[in-house]
Design a protein around this ligand. Sequence first.
Ligand SMILES: CC(C)(COP(=O)(O)OP(=O)(O)OC[C@H]1O[C@@H](n2cnc3c(N)ncnc32)[C@H](O)[C@@H]1OP(=O)(O)O)[C@@H](O)C(=O)NCCC(=O)NCCS
Length: 172
Amino acid sequence: MVILETDRLLLRHLVLDDLNELFVLYRDPEIRKYFPEGVLNLEETKEELEWHMNGHPRYPELGLWATIHKKTGRFIGRCGLLPWEIDDRLEVEIAYLLDESFWHQGLATEAVQGILKYGFEKLNLSRLICLIDPENIASQRVAEWIGMTLERKVDGIAGDNFPTLIYSINRK
Ligand SMILES: CC(C)(COP(=O)(O)OP(=O)(O)OC[C@H]1O[C@@H](n2cnc3c(N)ncnc32)[C@H](O)[C@@H]1OP(=O)(O)O)[C@@H](O)C(=O)NCCC(=O)NCCS
């Protein structure tokens, strides 16, 4: 199912056929550099993919979505919306991860702009956040580009011990 389209990208539900292409990204230490879990093996990738195939199991309107480069038809990553409980508050994070050979073309910013619009206009969410490693400058730029501001730094999220920046934006 197609979730949304931008000029250059199409975001749709993940399907089992995406597994190998997703695994190529998830096993890459450069792409997974700022993820607390690091690289994933094939089994872990499959588990995550299956978890998101019909949207997030608890919040089916959210989830990680296959990100397709329209011009080439290639699967170039997964982006989406993820639910978190942070300080007793339900938050929705914009998540993004792209194939390194497609970096530096403004594609993440384009995907995230599309997701922001979708979250505010279609899902009627009132606030969106990004959770970012303080050393992940590229990701901070993407969050800033779409109008998010740095709200605070926390020592960890959901029980982990990884310092994390919380960026946020409210619906106007
Ligand atoms: C973060 C990520 C999605 C950015 O993708 P991208 O398509 O290259 O981003 P864009 O082309 O839209 O660039 C957005 C901004 O980030 C900047 N940027 C991109 N890569 C950068 C880098 N390695 N270092 C510093 N700035 C960088 C760009 O220059 C641009 O800012 P500018 O217009 O002010 O110059 C990509 O690097 C990625 O997939 N990383 C691995 C997964 C990840 O860390 N995801 C985020 C988890 S919170």
